[in-house]
Design a protein around this ligand. Structure first.
Ligand code: FES
Length: 142
């Protein structure tokens, strides 16, 4: 019978640790959002410049606009937010291993938005992109 109270103490101790971890995560999220846009996707059309800046089979990071655009071998473009879904940092590097977040190490497949490595668990939001007059325009139509 003396084993039960010990087991209960262990459970309570575990719950306390889980609570602390939860607070840490909340603090991290709040802190990291400072300085980042609330909305990770454009709410108005964004001119990304020359459409041929993203060649067939290529990927381009538009850091200022917080977007990443890829083009498949047939010439079709896709765009995603380049703002990490963990705490909002903007991806800084794209290479053969994906798009890298500098803040806590998440990696994303920039052609699908999928998470390749956490701590992020949510894919990058998809953004509409189109070609108009030789330019790439992302976001909703005007
Ligand atoms: S903000 Fe934490 S991994 Fe990107």
């Amino acid at each position: 019978m003396s084993g039960q109270p010990a087991a209960r103490r262990t459970v309570l101790k575990g719950a306390a640790l889980a609570g602390t971890a939860g607070l840490g995560l909340a603090a991290c999220s709040t802190e990291s959002k400072v300085g980042h846009a609330e909305n990770p996707v454009p709410t108005a059309p964004v001119d990304l410049g020359a459409a041929d800046a993203v060649p067939a089979g290529g990927v381009k990071l538009y850091r200022e606009e917080r977007l990443v655009v890829s083009r498949d071998d047939k010439g079709k473009c896709k765009a995603f937010s380049a703002q990490c879904t963990h705490a909002g940092c903007v991806l800084t590097k794209i290479d053969k291993d994906g798009g890298h977040c500098p803040c806590h190490g998440s990696r994303f497949d920039v052609r699908t938005g999928e998470v390749l490595e956490g701590p992020a668990t949510v894919p990058l939001p998809k953004v509409d992109v189109r070609e108009e007059g030789g330019k790439l325009i992302a976001g909703p139509k005007a």
